[in-house]
Design a protein around this ligand. Structure first.
Ligand code: 0PR
Length: 349
Protein backbone atom coordinates (compact mmCIF):
# COMPACT_ATOMS: atom_id res chain seq x y z
CA UNK A 1 0.00 0.00 0.00
CA UNK A 2 1.22 3.49 -0.79
CA UNK A 3 2.25 5.51 2.24
CA UNK A 4 0.24 8.71 2.68
CA UNK A 5 2.38 11.82 2.80
CA UNK A 6 1.46 14.58 5.25
CA UNK A 7 0.55 18.04 4.01
CA UNK A 8 3.08 19.92 1.91
CA UNK A 9 2.77 23.51 3.13
CA UNK A 10 4.12 24.93 -0.16
CA UNK A 11 0.75 26.33 -1.31
CA UNK A 12 -1.22 26.52 1.93
CA UNK A 13 -2.42 30.10 2.35
CA UNK A 14 -5.55 29.99 4.52
CA UNK A 15 -4.66 27.66 7.36
CA UNK A 16 -3.74 28.55 10.92
CA UNK A 17 -1.65 25.40 11.17
CA UNK A 18 1.99 25.56 10.18
CA UNK A 19 5.20 23.58 10.02
CA UNK A 20 6.21 22.93 13.67
CA UNK A 21 9.59 24.19 14.86
CA UNK A 22 12.17 21.31 14.59
CA UNK A 23 12.56 21.22 18.39
CA UNK A 24 8.77 20.97 18.74
CA UNK A 25 8.63 18.09 16.27
CA UNK A 26 11.37 16.23 18.12
CA UNK A 27 9.76 16.78 21.53
CA UNK A 28 6.36 15.64 20.21
CA UNK A 29 7.83 12.37 19.06
CA UNK A 30 9.59 11.72 22.37
CA UNK A 31 6.42 12.31 24.40
CA UNK A 32 3.97 10.50 22.12
CA UNK A 33 2.97 7.90 24.69
CA UNK A 34 2.57 10.20 27.69
CA UNK A 35 -0.69 11.45 29.17
CA UNK A 36 -0.77 14.74 31.08
CA UNK A 37 -4.34 13.81 32.04
CA UNK A 38 -2.81 11.48 34.64
CA UNK A 39 -0.17 13.62 36.37
CA UNK A 40 0.33 11.08 39.15
CA UNK A 41 1.70 8.60 36.61
CA UNK A 42 3.19 10.89 33.96
CA UNK A 43 5.06 13.36 36.13
CA UNK A 44 7.60 14.61 33.60
CA UNK A 45 5.00 15.73 31.12
CA UNK A 46 2.92 17.12 33.93
CA UNK A 47 5.88 19.30 34.98
CA UNK A 48 6.31 20.34 31.38
CA UNK A 49 2.68 21.42 31.29
CA UNK A 50 3.27 23.71 34.27
CA UNK A 51 6.23 25.13 32.39
CA UNK A 52 4.05 25.71 29.32
CA UNK A 53 1.52 27.64 31.40
CA UNK A 54 4.33 29.69 33.01
CA UNK A 55 5.71 30.59 29.59
CA UNK A 56 2.28 31.52 28.25
CA UNK A 57 1.77 33.66 31.35
CA UNK A 58 5.07 35.41 30.78
CA UNK A 59 4.11 36.09 27.18
CA UNK A 60 0.74 37.54 28.05
CA UNK A 61 1.95 39.55 31.05
CA UNK A 62 0.19 37.38 33.61
CA UNK A 63 2.21 36.56 36.71
CA UNK A 64 1.44 33.25 38.46
CA UNK A 65 -1.05 32.03 35.86
CA UNK A 66 -3.39 29.07 36.19
CA UNK A 67 -4.32 27.05 33.13
CA UNK A 68 -3.47 24.04 31.02
CA UNK A 69 -2.64 22.88 27.51
CA UNK A 70 -5.92 22.15 25.74
CA UNK A 71 -6.66 20.26 22.56
CA UNK A 72 -7.04 23.64 20.85
CA UNK A 73 -8.81 26.97 20.90
CA UNK A 74 -12.21 25.32 20.78
CA UNK A 75 -11.70 23.52 24.08
CA UNK A 76 -10.28 26.66 25.71
CA UNK A 77 -13.27 28.74 24.62
CA UNK A 78 -15.72 26.07 25.79
CA UNK A 79 -14.00 25.99 29.18
CA UNK A 80 -14.20 29.77 29.54
CA UNK A 81 -17.94 29.72 28.91
CA UNK A 82 -18.27 26.79 31.30
CA UNK A 83 -16.49 28.66 34.12
CA UNK A 84 -18.68 31.70 33.52
CA UNK A 85 -21.84 29.64 33.64
CA UNK A 86 -20.85 27.55 36.65
CA UNK A 87 -19.87 30.45 38.86
CA UNK A 88 -22.91 32.60 38.09
CA UNK A 89 -26.17 32.39 39.97
CA UNK A 90 -28.63 32.98 37.16
CA UNK A 91 -30.86 30.25 35.77
CA UNK A 92 -30.90 31.88 32.33
CA UNK A 93 -27.29 32.75 31.51
CA UNK A 94 -26.14 34.56 28.38
CA UNK A 95 -22.72 35.29 26.89
CA UNK A 96 -22.13 38.44 24.84
CA UNK A 97 -19.64 38.11 21.96
CA UNK A 98 -18.86 40.14 18.85
CA UNK A 99 -20.22 38.55 15.71
CA UNK A 100 -16.62 37.94 14.64
CA UNK A 101 -16.17 35.39 17.46
CA UNK A 102 -15.11 31.91 16.31
CA UNK A 103 -17.81 29.27 15.84
CA UNK A 104 -16.43 27.40 18.86
CA UNK A 105 -18.53 29.79 20.98
CA UNK A 106 -21.63 28.51 19.20
CA UNK A 107 -20.60 24.97 20.14
CA UNK A 108 -20.01 26.05 23.74
CA UNK A 109 -23.38 27.77 23.97
CA UNK A 110 -25.21 24.77 22.57
CA UNK A 111 -23.49 22.25 24.83
CA UNK A 112 -23.73 24.34 27.97
CA UNK A 113 -27.26 25.58 27.37
CA UNK A 114 -26.21 29.21 27.48
CA UNK A 115 -27.70 31.89 25.23
CA UNK A 116 -25.09 33.31 22.83
CA UNK A 117 -25.65 36.96 21.93
CA UNK A 118 -23.67 37.73 18.78
CA UNK A 119 -23.39 41.48 18.38
CA UNK A 120 -22.65 43.06 14.94
CA UNK A 121 -19.14 44.51 14.60
CA UNK A 122 -18.04 47.92 13.30
CA UNK A 123 -14.99 48.06 11.06
CA UNK A 124 -14.37 44.38 11.80
CA UNK A 125 -14.07 44.98 15.56
CA UNK A 126 -16.42 44.58 18.52
CA UNK A 127 -18.79 47.54 18.80
CA UNK A 128 -18.44 48.50 22.48
CA UNK A 129 -21.72 50.42 22.67
CA UNK A 130 -23.71 47.68 21.00
CA UNK A 131 -22.07 45.10 23.26
CA UNK A 132 -23.02 47.23 26.28
CA UNK A 133 -26.63 47.29 25.06
CA UNK A 134 -26.66 43.50 24.76
CA UNK A 135 -25.48 42.97 28.35
CA UNK A 136 -28.08 42.45 31.09
CA UNK A 137 -28.32 40.97 34.58
CA UNK A 138 -28.07 37.44 33.17
CA UNK A 139 -24.83 38.08 31.29
CA UNK A 140 -22.19 35.74 32.68
CA UNK A 141 -19.35 36.47 30.23
CA UNK A 142 -18.16 39.10 27.78
CA UNK A 143 -15.79 37.94 25.05
CA UNK A 144 -13.24 39.94 23.08
CA UNK A 145 -11.21 38.53 20.20
CA UNK A 146 -7.55 39.43 19.78
CA UNK A 147 -6.96 38.37 16.20
CA UNK A 148 -10.24 37.40 14.56
CA UNK A 149 -10.34 34.23 12.50
CA UNK A 150 -11.59 35.89 9.34
CA UNK A 151 -9.91 39.32 9.34
CA UNK A 152 -7.17 39.20 11.99
CA UNK A 153 -8.55 42.26 13.79
CA UNK A 154 -8.15 42.98 17.50
CA UNK A 155 -11.14 44.09 19.60
CA UNK A 156 -10.91 47.02 22.04
CA UNK A 157 -10.13 44.71 24.96
CA UNK A 158 -9.81 47.24 27.82
CA UNK A 159 -13.20 48.80 26.99
CA UNK A 160 -14.82 45.35 26.84
CA UNK A 161 -13.15 44.40 30.12
CA UNK A 162 -14.73 47.49 31.72
CA UNK A 163 -18.13 46.34 30.47
CA UNK A 164 -17.57 42.88 31.90
CA UNK A 165 -16.49 44.28 35.22
CA UNK A 166 -19.54 46.54 35.55
CA UNK A 167 -21.77 43.58 34.74
CA UNK A 168 -19.92 41.32 37.18
CA UNK A 169 -19.33 38.98 34.27
CA UNK A 170 -16.26 36.94 33.30
CA UNK A 171 -13.98 38.69 30.77
CA UNK A 172 -12.60 36.18 28.29
CA UNK A 173 -10.16 37.06 25.52
CA UNK A 174 -9.83 34.73 22.56
CA UNK A 175 -6.23 35.25 21.47
CA UNK A 176 -6.00 31.76 19.93
CA UNK A 177 -4.50 33.24 16.78
CA UNK A 178 -3.19 36.63 17.92
CA UNK A 179 -1.65 35.74 21.27
CA UNK A 180 1.83 34.99 19.99
CA UNK A 181 1.95 38.29 18.04
CA UNK A 182 0.52 40.68 20.61
CA UNK A 183 3.70 41.15 22.70
CA UNK A 184 5.36 42.71 19.65
CA UNK A 185 2.53 45.01 18.58
CA UNK A 186 1.50 48.48 19.77
CA UNK A 187 -1.59 47.24 21.58
CA UNK A 188 -1.13 48.80 24.97
CA UNK A 189 -3.04 46.26 27.08
CA UNK A 190 -2.07 42.81 28.19
CA UNK A 191 -3.46 40.12 30.48
CA UNK A 192 -1.46 41.45 33.39
CA UNK A 193 -3.10 44.85 33.64
CA UNK A 194 -6.36 44.73 31.72
CA UNK A 195 -9.16 43.19 33.77
CA UNK A 196 -9.07 39.92 31.87
CA UNK A 197 -10.11 36.73 33.67
CA UNK A 198 -9.40 34.03 31.12
CA UNK A 199 -7.62 33.76 27.80
CA UNK A 200 -7.23 31.38 24.89
CA UNK A 201 -3.76 31.38 23.28
CA UNK A 202 -2.78 28.49 21.04
CA UNK A 203 0.78 27.19 20.74
CA UNK A 204 -0.31 24.99 17.79
CA UNK A 205 -1.05 28.05 15.68
CA UNK A 206 1.46 30.92 15.60
CA UNK A 207 3.41 29.31 18.47
CA UNK A 208 4.78 26.68 16.03
CA UNK A 209 4.09 23.72 18.30
CA UNK A 210 2.78 20.39 17.00
CA UNK A 211 -0.99 19.79 16.91
CA UNK A 212 -2.69 19.40 19.41
CA UNK A 213 -1.53 22.18 21.71
CA UNK A 214 -4.04 24.88 22.58
CA UNK A 215 -3.71 27.11 25.61
CA UNK A 216 -6.16 28.11 28.31
CA UNK A 217 -5.07 30.64 30.93
CA UNK A 218 -6.92 31.89 33.99
CA UNK A 219 -6.06 34.74 36.30
CA UNK A 220 -6.42 32.52 39.35
CA UNK A 221 -6.85 28.88 40.22
CA UNK A 222 -10.29 29.51 41.78
CA UNK A 223 -11.59 30.10 38.28
CA UNK A 224 -10.34 26.68 37.23
CA UNK A 225 -11.89 25.17 40.37
CA UNK A 226 -15.28 25.89 38.78
CA UNK A 227 -14.39 23.09 36.35
CA UNK A 228 -13.25 20.46 38.85
CA UNK A 229 -14.74 17.00 38.53
CA UNK A 230 -13.88 14.24 41.03
CA UNK A 231 -11.66 11.43 39.76
CA UNK A 232 -12.02 8.74 42.42
CA UNK A 233 -9.49 6.15 41.23
CA UNK A 234 -6.64 8.39 39.98
CA UNK A 235 -3.79 9.61 42.17
CA UNK A 236 -4.96 13.14 41.52
CA UNK A 237 -8.37 13.66 43.03
CA UNK A 238 -9.98 15.92 40.47
CA UNK A 239 -9.67 17.04 36.89
CA UNK A 240 -10.46 20.42 35.37
CA UNK A 241 -9.76 19.55 31.74
CA UNK A 242 -12.50 18.76 29.26
CA UNK A 243 -10.84 15.72 27.74
CA UNK A 244 -9.41 12.88 29.86
CA UNK A 245 -6.43 11.33 28.14
CA UNK A 246 -4.53 14.21 26.57
CA UNK A 247 -1.60 14.64 24.22
CA UNK A 248 1.76 14.68 25.97
CA UNK A 249 3.22 15.28 22.51
CA UNK A 250 1.32 18.55 22.28
CA UNK A 251 2.44 19.66 25.74
CA UNK A 252 6.12 18.78 25.22
CA UNK A 253 6.19 20.35 21.78
CA UNK A 254 4.61 23.56 23.09
CA UNK A 255 7.36 23.91 25.69
CA UNK A 256 10.08 23.09 23.15
CA UNK A 257 8.74 25.63 20.64
CA UNK A 258 8.38 28.38 23.24
CA UNK A 259 11.83 27.74 24.69
CA UNK A 260 13.33 27.94 21.22
CA UNK A 261 11.40 30.98 20.03
CA UNK A 262 10.34 33.19 22.95
CA UNK A 263 10.92 36.07 22.65
CA UNK A 264 13.40 36.67 19.82
CA UNK A 265 12.20 34.02 17.38
CA UNK A 266 8.55 35.04 17.74
CA UNK A 267 9.45 38.72 17.40
CA UNK A 268 11.37 38.00 14.21
CA UNK A 269 8.50 35.88 12.90
CA UNK A 270 5.97 38.60 13.64
CA UNK A 271 7.95 41.17 11.64
CA UNK A 272 8.62 38.79 8.74
CA UNK A 273 4.98 37.69 8.54
CA UNK A 274 3.68 41.23 8.88
CA UNK A 275 6.02 42.43 6.09
CA UNK A 276 4.78 39.58 3.91
CA UNK A 277 1.15 40.39 4.62
CA UNK A 278 1.75 44.07 3.82
CA UNK A 279 3.57 43.15 0.63
CA UNK A 280 0.64 40.98 -0.49
CA UNK A 281 -1.88 43.69 0.47
CA UNK A 282 0.02 46.20 -1.70
CA UNK A 283 0.27 43.76 -4.59
CA UNK A 284 -3.48 43.11 -4.44
CA UNK A 285 -4.34 46.80 -4.13
CA UNK A 286 -2.12 47.57 -7.14
CA UNK A 287 -4.29 45.15 -9.08
CA UNK A 288 -7.46 46.97 -8.07
CA UNK A 289 -8.69 44.72 -5.26
CA UNK A 290 -10.08 46.07 -2.01
CA UNK A 291 -8.10 44.66 0.89
CA UNK A 292 -9.10 44.35 4.56
CA UNK A 293 -6.08 44.31 6.86
CA UNK A 294 -3.48 43.36 7.70
CA UNK A 295 -3.79 44.33 11.35
CA UNK A 296 -2.08 41.07 12.31
CA UNK A 297 -0.56 38.94 9.51
CA UNK A 298 -3.92 37.99 7.96
CA UNK A 299 -5.77 39.73 5.15
CA UNK A 300 -8.89 39.45 3.06
CA UNK A 301 -9.50 40.76 -0.46
CA UNK A 302 -12.50 40.89 -2.79
CA UNK A 303 -11.08 38.39 -5.29
CA UNK A 304 -13.98 36.78 -7.16
CA UNK A 305 -15.20 33.34 -6.19
CA UNK A 306 -14.46 32.00 -9.66
CA UNK A 307 -10.86 33.21 -9.43
CA UNK A 308 -10.52 31.64 -5.96
CA UNK A 309 -11.76 28.37 -7.53
CA UNK A 310 -9.18 28.63 -10.33
CA UNK A 311 -6.39 29.28 -7.84
CA UNK A 312 -7.55 26.27 -5.86
CA UNK A 313 -7.36 24.20 -9.02
CA UNK A 314 -3.73 25.25 -9.36
CA UNK A 315 -3.11 23.82 -5.91
CA UNK A 316 -3.39 26.98 -3.80
CA UNK A 317 -5.20 26.27 -0.56
CA UNK A 318 -7.17 29.49 -0.20
CA UNK A 319 -10.54 29.85 1.48
CA UNK A 320 -13.09 32.62 1.61
CA UNK A 321 -14.61 34.57 4.44
CA UNK A 322 -18.33 34.29 5.26
CA UNK A 323 -18.75 37.45 3.15
CA UNK A 324 -17.03 35.76 0.20
CA UNK A 325 -13.62 37.48 0.24
CA UNK A 326 -10.40 35.56 -0.32
CA UNK A 327 -8.55 35.11 2.96
CA UNK A 328 -4.78 34.69 3.33
CA UNK A 329 -3.11 33.88 6.65
CA UNK A 330 0.61 34.65 6.60
CA UNK A 331 1.71 31.82 8.88
CA UNK A 332 5.44 31.10 9.34
CA UNK A 333 5.53 28.70 6.36
CA UNK A 334 4.20 31.45 4.05
CA UNK A 335 7.32 33.00 2.52
CA UNK A 336 7.78 35.97 0.21
CA UNK A 337 8.71 33.72 -2.71
CA UNK A 338 5.53 31.70 -2.16
CA UNK A 339 3.49 34.90 -2.26
CA UNK A 340 5.32 36.05 -5.41
CA UNK A 341 4.38 32.86 -7.22
CA UNK A 342 0.81 33.18 -5.90
CA UNK A 343 0.55 36.71 -7.32
CA UNK A 344 2.09 35.50 -10.61
CA UNK A 345 -0.66 32.85 -10.83
CA UNK A 346 -3.28 35.49 -10.02
CA UNK A 347 -1.92 37.61 -12.90
CA UNK A 348 -2.02 34.65 -15.25
CA UNK A 349 -5.83 34.53 -15.14
N1 0PR B 1 -10.45 31.05 18.18
C1 0PR B 1 -9.99 31.63 17.06
C2 0PR B 1 -9.83 33.11 17.00
C3 0PR B 1 -9.65 30.82 15.97
O1 0PR B 1 -9.22 31.39 14.84
C4 0PR B 1 -9.80 29.42 16.08
C5 0PR B 1 -9.45 28.50 14.95
C6 0PR B 1 -10.28 28.88 17.28
C7 0PR B 1 -10.60 29.74 18.31
C8 0PR B 1 -10.46 27.41 17.48
O2 0PR B 1 -9.23 26.80 17.53
P1 0PR B 1 -9.03 25.24 17.26
O3 0PR B 1 -9.34 25.02 15.82
O4 0PR B 1 -7.61 25.01 17.63
O5 0PR B 1 -9.96 24.52 18.15
N2 0PR B 1 -9.35 29.04 13.72
C9 0PR B 1 -8.92 28.33 12.55
C10 0PR B 1 -9.87 28.70 11.44
O6 0PR B 1 -11.09 28.48 11.61
C11 0PR B 1 -8.89 26.85 12.69
C12 0PR B 1 -8.25 26.23 11.50
C13 0PR B 1 -6.91 25.91 11.56
C14 0PR B 1 -8.95 25.99 10.35
C15 0PR B 1 -6.29 25.36 10.48
C16 0PR B 1 -8.33 25.44 9.24
C17 0PR B 1 -7.00 25.12 9.32
O7 0PR B 1 -6.33 24.58 8.27
O8 0PR B 1 -9.40 29.18 10.44
Amino acid sequence: MQRAEPQDFGRVLSSMCTEPHPAAREAAERFLATNPGDPGTYQTVSNLERQAVELLGEMTGLGDPAGYVTSGGTEANIQAVRIARNRAETADPNVVVPDSAHFSFSKAAEMLDVELRRVPTVDYRADVEAMADAIDDDTVAVVGVAGTTEYGHVDPIPALADLAQSADALMHVDAAFGGFYLPFTDFAWHFGHAEIDTMTIDPHKVGQAAVPAGGFLARSSDLLDELAIDTPYLESRSQVTLTGTRSGAGVASAVAAMEALWPDGYRQQYHTSMDNAEWLADALEDRGYTVVGPELPLLAADVSLSLIEQLRERGWRVTKTGAGEMRVVCMPHVTRSMLRSFVADLDWY
